[in-house]
Design a protein around this ligand. Sequence first.
Ligand SMILES: Cc1cc2nc3c(=O)[nH]c(=O)nc-3n(C[C@H](O)[C@H](O)[C@H](O)COP(=O)(O)O)c2cc1C
Length: 189
Amino acid sequence: MGQSYTLAITGASGSAFGVAVLRRLSANPAVERVALLLSPTGKRCLHDEAGLTPKDLAALPKVSLRDERDLGADISSGSFRQDGMVLIPCSAGALGRIAAGTSETLVSRAADVCLKERRPLVLCLRETPLNRIHLENMLRVHDAGAIVMPLMPGYYSNPETIQDLCDTFATRVLDQLGLSEADARRWKG
Ligand SMILES: Cc1cc2nc3c(=O)[nH]c(=O)nc-3n(C[C@H](O)[C@H](O)[C@H](O)COP(=O)(O)O)c2cc1C
């Protein structure tokens, strides 16, 4: 059986990074299915920045949409087989809800399930500058087992386009989920 992941796009700038990770998850031979979640503001940012709708993304192979308001969805339960979750971009609001363990939306509940089941949870926070609350929340989720991976792309690969930046960052995210890619561009020294 292949791997199963959840990807959430929350209400922060940088939805192109989420799209890049989703495309790579969809194309990865080790991945069998991807549950896709968007918060209301995540949908708005996806539309404004990338000109895409959730349905456009759900048309990718292996990807299926979940309703952010459906707290009874499969991914809200620890008994549903999942291999990890990524929030990209992750808003400061979503970070705060996860840090507080509120589980009041499907995004925060599914993330909470990953933490309690000790599955990889990657939070690609996008906010700047950071206040004390953001910094404390990052430490809190780190201590609970999450991987805090702010949207800080590397520049040593000499990117020529924003897509190049998104793609190299997406490779790093898949690394954190334990997925390797045949075409990954890596530093060779
Ligand atoms: C167009 C737009 C851009 C935003 N960009 C950011 C951002 O980059 N980072 C952030 O933390 N919040 C940003 N926000 C605010 C969050 O979307 C807002 O706090 C929201 O409640 C977060 O909840 P969500 O994670 O469920 O989407 C933005 C809001 C809008 C409308």
